[in-house]
Design a protein. Structure first.
Ligand code: SAM
Length: 176
């Protein structure tokens, strides 16, 4: 990504101050690992992912999306670099988080997208605060009715990445 494009994306993101909008006491942060990626570091994203990964129709999934730091940047790359409308860009954007308030804040920041409350390490688990739509999306995004492999220990991160890739998603981060 060119420095100029990144500067434009960063400008769009800076309307939202780092980790603002939800109160996160220390014990909550210890339990959830809610340390979001600073905007300046989101600039490292294109080093890991070629710009073509953000092309129209390429879906982006952040399975631990927090307040949407990566997803907001991804949306603006699609708009600023590829000329997509906001509506079209949001059709490609998917996020999951275990905390209801993060899910709601992420969706608000994005202005849409498919942002789902769920536990990616146990996608079938029903969480307090999940909507019927969340439960349905978690099944569609992750569940494999034939096995309980997400409950297995070692390697589940690799399996999540593989399954997301098979489903046509780019798993941006598994930072949980
Ligand atoms: C380190 S933050 C990363 C946020 C975002 N990807 C970023 O880079 O700014 C991890 C996020 O994962 C969420 N989380 C923790 N455990 C989770 C789980 N089992 N399933 C889904 N989300 C989870 C937390 O609520 C937190 O928002």
């Amino acid at each position: 990504m060119s420095a100029e494009l990144w500067a434009d994306v960063a400008r769009k993101m800076n309307g939202h101050a780092y980790m603002e909008g939800v109160e996160r006491p220390v014990d909550r942060v210890r339990a959830t690992g809610e340390i979001f990626t600073p905007t300046a570091l989101v600039a490292g994203m294109p080093a890991a992912l070629p710009l073509e990964r953000f092309a129209p129709g390429k879906t982006i999934l952040d399975p631990a999306c927090g307040d949407g730091q990566f997803l907001v940047a991804a949306k603006w790359v699609k708009i600023l670099h590829y000329g997509l409308s906001e509506e079209a860009a949001l059709r490609d954007i998917y996020g999951v988080d275990i905390m209801r308030d993060n899910v709601d804040l992420c969706r608000r920041r994005l202005g849409g997208g498919t942002i789902v409350m769920g536990n990616v390490l146990d996608p079938k688990a029903i969480l307090e605060g999940q909507t019927e739509q969340d439960i349905d999306y978690m099944r569609r995004l992750f569940a494999d009715e034939s096995s309980d492999r997400f409950h297995a220990g070692d390697g589940r991160r690799r399996r999540l990445e593989r399954d997301a890739a098979r489903a046509g998603f780019v798993p941006l981060t598994l930072g949980i």
